[in-house]
Every structure is written in C-alpha cells, then in structure tokens.
Design a protein around this ligand. Sequence first.
Ligand code: GCU
Length: 629
Amino acid sequence: MRHLVAALLACVLHCPALAADPPQVVDVQLAGQPATAARDSALMAPLQNVYGRSHLSLNGRWSYIIDPYENGYYDYRRQAFDASKSGKGGFYDDRKPKDKGDWVEYDFERAPTMKIPGDWNSQAEKLQLYEGTVWLRQVFEADPKPGRHYVLYFGAVNYEAHVYLNGKKLGMHKGGFTPFQFDVSGKLAKGRNVVVVKADNTRRQDEIPTVNTDWWNYGGITRDVLLAEMPATYIADYKLQLAKGDARHIEGFVQMAGSGKAQQVTVAIPEAGIKASVRLDANGRAAIKLPVKKLDYWSPEKPRLYTVELMAGEDRVVDRIGFRTIETRGQDILLNGKPVFLRGISLHEENPLIPGRLRGQGDMRMLLQWAKELNCNFVRLAHYPHSEEMTRLADEMGLMVWAEVPVYWTISWTNPATLANAGTQLTDMIVRDKNRASVVVWSVGNETPISAPRNAFMGSLVRTARALDDTRLVAAALEIHRTGRDITINDPLASEIDLASFNEYAGWYWASNAEMLDFRFDIRLDKPVVITEFGADALGGYHADADTRWSEEYQDRLYQNQFRMLAGIPGLRGMTPWVLADFRSPRRQHPYFQDFWNRKGLISDDGKKKQAFWTLKKHYDEVQRRYEN
Ligand code: GCU
C-alpha cells in the first residue's frame, strides 16, 4: 500500500501515493454544460464526488497575512506581480529571503495561523468586519507518481481567490459558495509543496451577490481543501437519478477525462440487483439508462441511500445515492407520485453558537437536527449553495432541500459578466449536487425587483437550470404585490418557474399582529404555492404581550396569525418560515434588540428555542396528520 506522508503544520495523514508527469488531460466540457464565461481558463470543470476519490486533506492551521492594500499582489505602480515578466515578487513568492531580497516585508514563517476550513471574521478580532484581501498559506509533502492525475480542490472561498502552487499561479475563481479545482498534475514537487491563496471578500456591485445582503460577509477559505488523486484516465462526472416522470428507470451519464480511452464503464448498484456495462463514445461519455426492478424510493420518512459503484479502466468511484421522483401536478407537489406538503424552515450556513460559517458535520448535523425537531421534511438552504456535506447529510437524515444561488436583491441586471457569473455559480451548484436525492428545488434567486432586464436575466437562469437538470423543480423566492388588503403575484417570472413561491412579511414589515388577519391572497397560478419567507424578530428571553414587537409573544402570535391567514390559500403546499436560528447581519443595528443579529430565528443565538418554535412544530404535526390520513 503506497502511502503519502503529508506533514501538514499540525498533523500527518496517510493516503495512496501522489504521482507526477501525468498525460495531457482532455479538456472535459461536462455533458449538458453551457460554456460559462466567468470560469477562469485554468479551472477544471467541477469534479463529481471529490470525497469519493483518494485525497489528502490540506485542512489544518494555515498561516495568514492581512493585506488591505493588496501590497502582496501589486507593485507600488499598481502592476500585478504575477503578470510581470518574472512572475515573482508577490506574497506567493516562496523563494528564500536571500533570493528575494532581505528587505522583503512579509514572512509566512512568522505569521499567525488560522483554522481552515474557517472564515477569518470569527477567528481574529481585527477581522470581524474586515473586507479585503487576506493571504493564506499551507505547506505539505507530496510524493507524486507518474501516470496519476492530481487535482487541487477548494470547497469554497469567499469571494475571489487567486491560487498559487510553489510560487506559480494556478488561476483565479470568483464565487463564494461553489467548489472549484485546478489540475496540478505535473506541478507537484516531490517533497515540500506550498499552496498560497489570495482571498478577497470585497463586495462589488457587479458581482453575485451584489453589495447589499442581509447576511455576514464571511471571508476566506470556508470549506475543505483537498488534493485528489486519480488514475491517468478517470471518471470526471456522472449523473444517476430516476428519469423524469419514470420511476422504472435510472437515467444519466458518465463522463471520463484524462489521456487514455477507457472502452466501457460499469455501473453497479448491488442492493438493487443492478449491474450494467455501457460503451464509452469517442469523447469518453456514455449515456446511462437502467431499468429498475425493485427500488426503495428515497423519502424523508425513509431516506434510503444505495451504494453505487462506477468502474472504468483503472478507475473506480463509489457514491451513496437515493432515488426518488419529484414533480408538480396542478397545485400538488408529488414526491414518488404522492402529494406532499413541504413542512420547511429556512436557514443560513452559520452556527449561532460558534461564530462563523458552519465548519463540519458537527455544526451541520446540529442545525438539521433542530429542523427535524420542528417536524420538518424540507429545508431552504438560503441564500447561496451550502456545502456538499450539508446536502449529503440531508440525503442521510431525510430532509428535502431548496438549493439557491445568491442572485439576491439589486443585481446588475444589464451586465453580461454578471449574468455569466450567475450562470457559472448556478451550473456549479447543479453539477455538484445533481445526484443528491434531498435536493428537489433549484432556486435562481431571492426577492429580485421586477424590471425588463431582471426578467430577462432570471429567465436565462431558469433555462440554464432546466438544460442541466430536467428532474427537479426550478423556482425563485418572488415578491408579492399588495393593494390594500389584497395580495397577488404579478411577477412575470412566476410563469416560468414550477412553484408560486414568494416571501411575505404580513404582521412584521407591513401591518401588525392585530391587522394582519384582514389580508386576502389571490394567487391566480395553477401551480403549488410555497411561502418561502414570513417571520418576525424576537429577542430570545424578552417577554411581553403579543402586541409588543421584539417579544417572543409577538413572534409567536404572528406565527399563529400566519397559519390562519395562509389557510385561505387553496393551493398552499409548503412553507419555509424565516428563519431557523438568529444569524449575524451588518444590516441589523438596533443596539438592544439586534446588535448585528437578525432575530427572526426560532432559536436564539445561545441555542434556546423561542415560543414560536413550539407553535410551528405543533402546526407541522397537524399538517402531517392531515396529509397522512
Ligand atoms: C428578506 C430576505 C432575507 C432577510 C429577511 C429579513 O425577505 O430574503 O434574506 O433576512 O427578509 O428581513 O429578515
């Protein structure tokens, strides 16, 4: 058993050996992928199931340097070091001081360290509100072997990442919540290797998201960093899901990459009695269509996952996949052909108890367990793609997922680069999670203000989602139109998506608890209605009467009023109230009730359940009884 000893600052890991001098890699444009302009040319197309590959984790303590003026990227004439003739001179330059010049004004050896994965805001006092560049460095040992393929994978870096290996630039990625990877075959040194990341979380109008969001702008390497190893010819991507509207067939594709030409791919699902070999075409792609005899369909009540093995040439990758169908019929949502009510809750990727982005299974399982305690069968992972571990946990724990890209509020609708960026982030989210049974909705955005350019932009994203995956619902969180007491949806986008899904804040941002029961909804769409947000702020532990805002009683009464008010919508088939737990936001400045926290959580920032938590649970118990009788 070949092994690799990786001396990561504080830990040593053993993995199959890594090798160098691999063959020319075929540029894999994954099947069904519209070319996306925002992807840096050096980036590979997303690798499917990176956790199922032999990999070395580069997680651990990384050294960091705070660089608000990007002094490590530009010279004093604002010219980029990595674009200069020598390409040297930036903070990524790993030469010895004697070679660089003893006057250099940075030193990773003496720099402080932070935990990766982990946002920087929650790891250093001076970085809590910081927006700008931080340089991060990890040193590791490698023993690359010829004929093997190597990929440097980042689960997410918020927001713009420039990545260097052994002093040479690999490329750049934009987007704070989707994975990216570089082909580093032939670029790994035998022995000591140095990876340096310039991470910049500066908000900019033309980016996705834009400058104004109601969540903390956590910067840095917020998810895993892995060095994956594959054979020279390897399985780059695959999709295996039940065919749209046909629960008797598993359909999809397998896409190879690498130098060689494997002849065929074998797909085996032993517990389902399936094993089939399919010839690969000249592009290393095989269409898959497998009849299923007996299959336990995935559902929240019975989240059955199957071990799926894919073998081609020297490569073998194993995944855990659930199989189910999701569709709408008129105003019903059908899971495996049966009407279902989406008993949901919205949540951010943030642990209220430990400052910062979720770090790993512990945090994630805690949040999803709280959702299960609410008797949820559905979670809205707002407002951006959460981690792959989160959707894999939802697969395992039995929670359907609304997945969303951060096309949020006032985006630059007329900027083609902004649209390409949004398309890339949507594509990468769908490519990553297309085998996750839990994901039932792809959402292309939240509360985007209606205009002709916005309608065109959002319509393009809907088409991109449908082109990539016709087996799931496509939606968005729309805004309502209110005249007096009458509430309607007059958003042209509503006709292009599968759900009448919208946010409404009756009783909080408009009207009070006492007035809200007068509102009437008139939703003239023959599609399922899902309320993607309603809620009220409540400071945990602050008690008063039900007419006193910010009290737990006010929030609780609002939930009771919402259930009564929404009962008037004949096509109501789901809801994801805002929000599971209090979360940090720079837009929430009330010094006593908020203190940079959005308090609409049903759980407070110290993990205590507010009164409304139990009211929602009771309501979901009643809904469940209604749907099961
Ligand atoms: C908006 C938005 C959320 C925000 C919430 C609120 O609808 O979608 O991101 O946090 O309302 O105002 O609390």
